[in-house]
Design a protein around this ligand. Sequence first.
Ligand SMILES: [Zn+2]
Ligand SMILES: [Zn+2]
Length: 253
Amino acid sequence: MRIRLLASTTGPSPTYQFAMSYLINDRVAIDAGTIGFAALTVQRAIQHVFLSHVHLDHIASLPIFLDNIYQPGPEAVSLYAGQATWEALQQHIFNDVVWPDFIRLSAAESPFFHFQPLLPEVAVSAAGLSIIPVPLDHVVSTLGFIIDDGQAAVAIVSDTSPTHRMWEVARTIPHLKAVFLESSFPSSLQWLADKTNHLSATTFASEVAKSGLSVPFYAMHIKPAFQEIIVGELQRHGLDILHILEPDRCYDF
Ligand SMILES: [Zn+2]
Ligand SMILES: [Zn+2]
């Protein structure tokens, strides 16, 4: 399984991450913060898009992406989301104000996408992968994902505050190879992490310990304004499983 966090800036070293999209084997996208700004060939290869939640850094480029890849005909990308995310997209994005109502248009003519509802802990098959959505603890309804190709599995855990069920499910998967876990804030902003249901460097470390998992943990969803501070704090915790996820780098599991 090959996973790449799409860069959200152009230029030689896209270290900072403004919005989130992961590509799995080029054909599955987790979140749509940046996919609509990738090369058109990259966008056209995507067949399935899974949304964790409706916050803008995870859906910002979704309307652009759907517009970019649209072709008249019955074929269309599959879009997967939980019920709350779907209703929020209908109400706030595809509402004929912010963007055309692709939901109504898809029902009438050639679809812009095929919607597939996600239910907690009900695995979905897509492009040779099994994808298990697991509810996280965020300010809006949010799903983490365990992505499994039969040989290797990876958990994407974002956005969330300290959580529980994801670790229980992850512990049942013997071939789990890695966890991608958010670390949004420095520890000095723990109050803000708590109010917005995110992790700080401190609660990242306590989640690693709580998880009981001994696989590599890749820190991601690091706020650019505090990136150097957060990375320094994470490193000072001395976790031997710690990695910092690099945008635009291919990770093979
Ligand atoms: Zn969020
Ligand atoms: Zn986010």
